[in-house]
Design a protein around this ligand. Structure first.
Ligand SMILES: Cc1ncc(COP(=O)(O)O)c(C=O)c1O
Length: 337
């Protein structure tokens, strides 16, 4: 059962490379998956496992991306779904789930306690549990290991930057790359929610923090379910943890869209922002050939682009249009631009 997920291309980010002072920088285009994020790979494996185990349907937790994926793949398989979604998920993420017809259950709290309790309900009601973490759904996570396996054939990367919330994606990428890979795995988290990075830096004794102040959707997990596993995978690859502010993340999201033509959601841009920060602080050598996992589409979170005035409120006549073009870049010859 598949909707065509996987086998995403790796794209050279030449302008990013130029601006941060590296010869080459790459992004793995996971936003090209059927519902716009890498979670489709996990949903495909999860639903196939549900079918194998004759589950009556599925129940899952999500900050948005996993929910869209599960709802689409559940619909394809004809399995009913119950989605416990973070109540503060971006509106576009929630709205894009509605068409698939799963039952949406907005939750005010979705921490480890709630995930454990939903796991018990899944067993009681013979539903497949879909939480995108090894702790709850190792069969499903195996679908994301293909990201690492594909990367091995897509270039000789020295570092893989992984935007990290619960830690499962990072573990899957590391497992997919395999023990013989020499690429270092870098765990990228927002400064306002960086339990795994702080644990790797030996600032805290376990990868848990009390609260999250970051607004980067998908990465707001103060108690990551796969935190220990992710930290171990980073150490084994001789990688490190790197955190950046939400503001640096948004600046990189803007750079990627205006200079590379790639509109990804903030979580994805954060991995590239961490790369830039690591070059600046001397951690990433200029000889590096890093790749960032660009996990989800920018269309999934338009909060930064929804101003009160609609962009189509003011209309132009043909005369306005001519005047506008005469005073703009379009009036400059390409060679002098
Ligand atoms: C777009 C995006 N990037 C990265 C992640 C992080 O994955 P993980 O929670 O497995 O660390 C998520 C998780 O929801 C996500 O939605």
């Amino acid at each position: 059962m598949s909707l065509g997920e996987g086998n995403t291309p790796v794209i050279s980010l030449t302008r990013v490379a130029q601006s941060i002072g590296l010869d080459e920088v790459f992004g793995k285009a996971e936003w090209m998956n059927p519902t716009g994020s890498y979670k489709d790979r996990i949903a495909a494996a999860t639903i196939n496992d549900a079918i194998r185990r004759s589950r009556r349907g599925w129940i899952g937790t999500s900050s948005g991306n996993g929910g869209a994926s599960m709802s689409a793949y559940g619909a394809k398989a004809g399995l009913p779904g119950y989605l416990c979604i973070a109540a503060d998920a971006p509106a576009e993420k929630v709205r894009s789930i509605i068409p698939y017809g799963a039952t949406l259950l907005p939750m005010s709290e979705l921490g480890i306690k709630e995930m454990d309790a939903i796991g018990e309900l899944a067993d009681e009601f013979h539903l497949k549990l879909s939480v995108t973490a090894y702790r709850y759904n190792a069969e499903g996570m195996s679908g994301a290991e293909a990201i690492g396996a594909e990367l091995r054939g897509q270039g000789d990367f020295t570092h893989v930057y992984v935007p990290t919330g619960g830690g499962g994606l990072l573990v899957a990428v590391a497992r997919g790359m395999g023990a013989s890979s020499s690429a270092r795995i870098v765990c990228a988290q927002p400064e306002g929610c960086s339990p795994i990075v702080r644990f790797l830096d030996q600032e805290i004794e376990a990868p848990y923090v009390d609260k999250c102040t970051s607004t980067i959707s998908g990465l707001q997990l103060p108690a990551p379910p796969d935190g220990e596993l992710a930290a171990a995978a980073v150490v084994e690859s001789h990688g490190w943890g790197s955190s950046v502010s939400d503001e640096e993340t948004w600046a990189m999201q803007d750079f990627l869209s205006t200079k590379e033509g790639i509109f990804v959601e903030p979580a994805s841009a954060l991995a590239v922002a961490a790369m830039a920060s690591d070059v600046k602080n001397g951690r990433l050598p200029t000889s590096a050939r890093p790749v960032a996992i660009l996990t989800g589409s920018g269309l999934k979170d338009l909060r930064r682009f929804t101003s009160s005035a609609s962009p189509t409120e003011r209309t132009f006549t043909m005369d306005d249009l001519r005047r506008r073009l005469q005073t703009s870049d379009a009036n400059v010859s390409p060679s002098t631009r």
